[in-house]
Design a protein around this ligand. Structure first.
Ligand code: FEO
Length: 392
């Protein structure tokens, strides 16, 4: 991929990673991703915003071949998919300084062994005039690590946001074409890496309110030339109330838990609740994460393995706790053969969640009429809770 013009003196650089399918050895990337860097030429100084993932360094190096000088390399975020090629850029441009937050300086030193004298740290709100272009650095911690910041280019009203507002989406287009497709990819990205910090991110969104933003240029996925839709989406995801949605991650071994979910889902739907079930044995965890953004209730379904929940149910519950969704209610259902401690084990894994626990339903072996009645009661309780909370 070659460098591409966004506006006069502003270029997209970087790499589109069409074939990457996993991030952090955890996060599925069904649509690949991109590592966007941006080159900005002022009349006095030239700036590069972020770099690329190390395996793509050669692409950035080729794009920079005819650039005579870089004065500043702005590092918004120390994670290696954006910072990994900084050492190569510093080697090619020995006069360049790395601009970042004080916290990022420490992290970049630790991760990339960048020497002390290559850094210039910036405070929150500090500006840099590069000749006809003014860069305003806004500290926005936890999008996605604690050191993150964004840059607002005042004259062009462009926000360079790095992970913030980004999407894992490989595309040949520079700009968002299909808002629905980008909405889902951006929501998946938000759910997987930013939702755990949503209370801090709410403050970051507020901080951006005074700025007129005509374009958002993230470091993953296409550029937003009409950014209102993603700003509105973030407001909903971060600060909006949960939706009238029940998310059920479950696993079944010999069919008893399956029978229970086959009964419970229509029972909830009949009461006016939206439901999304995920068989953890086959589901894309990104899809589960997307639904957790909006879920008001999470119900985990599991059989008993040895004396506790199925390991996949443990994984699903651990993940839900880690992602810290805004769900308000939680319950468990499932089956057992001779005993076990399933509910206690799962209850001990949700310490981060601000949820009210609804009575679980466990069947001994195949569910009986009494178990189905208990599931009816669970559906009644969830519906009543959603009504009380004004969600339906
Ligand atoms: Fe795209 Fe947190 O790195």
């Amino acid at each position: 991929m070659i460098a591409r013009k966004i506006k006069k003196d502003i270029q997209w650089m970087g790499a589109v990673d069409w074939d990457r399918r996993l991030f952090d050895s955890l996060i599925p990337l069904p649509d690949g991703t991109s590592y966007n860097a941006y080159l900005i030429k002022g009349s006095e100084k030239t700036v590069l915003m972020d770099t690329v993932d190390p395996p793509k360094t050669h692409i950035l190096r080729a794009q920079l071949e005819k650039v005579p000088k870089i004065d500043y390399l702005i590092s918004h975020h120390a994670e290696q998919d954006h910072s990994g090629a900084i050492p190569a850029v510093l080697e090619r441009f020995p006069e360049a300084k790395v601009i970042c937050t004080e916290k990022a300086k420490g992290m970049l030193s630790d991760l990339l062994l960048i020497p002390e004298d290559r850094f210039q740290t910036v405070t929150d709100g500090e500006s840099l005039d590069i000749g006809g272009k003014t860069l305003r650095f806004i500290h926005t911690p936890w999008v996605h690590w604690p050191e993150t910041m964004v840059t607002y280019l005042a004259e062009d009203k462009i926000l360079f946001s790095c992970d913030f507002f980004g999407s894992h989406l490989a595309t040949s287009g520079l700009y968002v074409k299909d808002q629905g497709q980008v909405y889902e990819a951006a929501k998946r990205y938000y759910a997987e890496i930013m939702m755990p910090f949503r209370k801090i991110i709410a403050g970051n969104l507020k901080k951006l309110e005074p700025y007129e933003i005509k374009m958002i240029a993230p470091s993953h996925g296409p550029i937003y030339d009409n950014p209102s839709f993603i700003l509105e989406a973030y407001k909903d995801w971060v600060t909006g109330p949960p939706h009238n949605l029940v998310v059920i991650p479950f696993v079944s071994m010999h069919g008893s838990t399956r029978k229970m979910i086959d009964y419970l889902v229509p029972a909830l739907a009949e009461r006016g609740l939206q439901v999304h079930q995920f068989d953890l044995a086959v589901s894309d965890i990104g899809k589960l994460a997307i639904q957790l953004v909006d879920a008001a209730t999470i119900i985990v379904g599991t059989p008993t393995v040895i004396a506790g929940p199925h390991p996949l149910a443990v994984y699903g519950t651990y993940l839900a706790n880690l992602l810290y969704p805004k769900a308000r209610f939680l319950s468990v259902f499932g089956s057992y053969g001779w005993g076990g401690n399933t509910v206690n084990i799962l209850s001990g894994m949700i310490s981060k969640l601000d949820v009210e626990v609804i009575d679980p339903v466990l069947s001994k072996g195949v569910p009986t009429e009494d178990d189905y009645k208990s599931l009816e009661k669970m559906a009644d309780t969830v519906a009543a809770k959603h009504k009380e909370a004004g969600l339906m």
